[in-house]
Design a protein around this ligand. Structure first.
Ligand code: NAD
Length: 369
């Protein structure tokens, strides 16, 4: 059941550092507007995280912040980190101590990264105009808690006069199944096409991945499935990004290819992401939603950051955690209308368009709703 009048949708708001708080204000402005329009009762609880929490509480993820997240339906996250905290020991640094800890605590196994290049913004893509002409809309579904990054054994050892290192790539069928379901369910709401990435010609993991995805595919007969080897996928993404709809990949391949795709899409300030955990049924999940970019210390405090990635993260939150496709689509349509009207923050500005700051962009999007 989606969030309705009877039940409040509880959101933990963790703005973080750098441009985080600036863009979060705009996401909350848009959320307020869409909540009125679609009668969505919601409750926000803002908490400290990252460097700003280290400064006040001594740790990047204070107990109170974690407790609030546990009591919420979703986490709307800004970004954390910056030069001020870079000299701290690695396990105390904002990204490791906050972001990774949250992913682990809530077992956020599905990372969704839409890569949308709007027709008006193809100039921001480093790929030739003829390839991205008309824009594209692809979404990456990456497995986030398994594979080579977490498999055991994992160690480095000195033997016979030299070092060697071991990492283990391991996937259980159940891990592949649940992420495959996320990909197919996502495809059902889009163009019904899944491209699954593996290296089945070399890796046992790839063979199991392919077999399992094929089996899950039987439950979604309306969705067309194709398999690509990861090396071929890296080439096809640059050759023809428009040829993809939903891309499904394990952790390592997904990490690399989703960054490649983000680059092809153009501006970091436009790209949201979602990390989903426990399924609550009916396509709803506990999730954490954040921009794909970081704290952008080079522009923090100047009022020029693009708030769209944060706004679209809030839209994903409504889609995946509140079950409100209507409100999510309305925000996405409002963003497109504002871009079409010619408003641009500095990162996407070109001659002939109107340069605006963070606040003006946020106000324009909520106005367009
Ligand atoms: P970054 O993404 O912060 O910035 C890279 C470039 O993109 C910068 O030029 C920046 O100005 C620009 N940019 C990013 N978001 C933008 C936006 N919304 N509007 C306009 N321009 C934008 O990456 P970085 O410089 O490598 O990292 C800066 C800090 O952020 C580091 O401390 C890093 O650890 C942290 N970081 C945090 C996260 C996270 O919290 N999820 C992710 C990546 C980096």
């Amino acid at each position: 059941m989606s969030v309705s009048k009877e039940k409040q949708f509880k959101v933990a708001v963790l703005a973080g550092d750098g441009i985080g708080p600036e863009v979060m204000v705009e996401a909350l402005r848009v959320l307020a507007a869409v909540a009125v329009k679609f009668s969505i009762p919601y409750q926000l609880r803002e908490e400290r995280v990252g460097g700003s929490a280290i400064d006040v509480d001594g740790v990047a993820l204070p107990d109170q912040t974690l407790q609030t997240c546990k009591e919420s339906d979703a986490i709307l996250f800004g970004s954390v980190g910056g030069p001020k905290w870079e000299s701290l020991p690695p396990n105390q640094q904002p990204e490791r101590a906050a972001l990774l800890a949250l992913r682990k605590t809530f077992a956020l196994y599905a990372n969704l990264r839409p890569a949308v290049c709007l027709p008006e913004l193809t100039h921001a893509s480093p790929v030739r105009e003829s390839i991205v002409q008309g824009g594209f809309d692809v979404i990456f579904v990456r497995e986030l808690t398994g594979g080579l990054y977490f498999g055991e054994p994992k160690y480095m050892k000195h033997e016979s006069g030299e070092w060697f290192a071991v990492d283990t790539m391991i996937y259980w069928e159940s891990e592949i199944e649940r992420i495959a379901h996320v990909a197919f369910q996502t495809a059902m709401k889009r163009n019904r096409h899944v491209t699954s990435i593996d290296k089945a010609n070399v890796l046992q993991n790839g063979i199991l991945w392919r077999q399992t995805v094929d089996r899950v595919a039987h439950e979604y007969p309306e969705v067309k499935l194709r398999h690509l080897y990861v090396d071929n996928a890296a080439m096809q993404l640059i050759r023809n990004p428009k040829g993809f709809d939903v891309i499904l990949a394990e952790n390592l391949f997904g990490d690399i290819l989703s960054d490649e795709l983000a680059m092809i899409a153009g501006s970091l300030g436009m790209l949201p992401s979602a990390s989903l955990g426990i399924s609550k049924g009916n396509g709803r999940y506990f999730g954490m939603y954040e921009p794909s970019g970081g704290t952008a210390p080079d522009i923090a405090g100047l009022g020029i950051a693009n708030p769209i990635a944060q706004v679209l993260s809030a839209a994903m939150m409504l889609r995946y955690s509140a079950g409100r496709e209507d409100a999510a689509s309305a925000i996405e349509a409002a963003v497109q209308r504002v871009i079409r009207s010619g408003l641009r923050t500095k990162d996407i500005h070109t001659e002939g368009t109107q340069l605006v700051g963070t606040t003006e962009m946020g106000k324009a999007i909520s106005g367009a709703l």
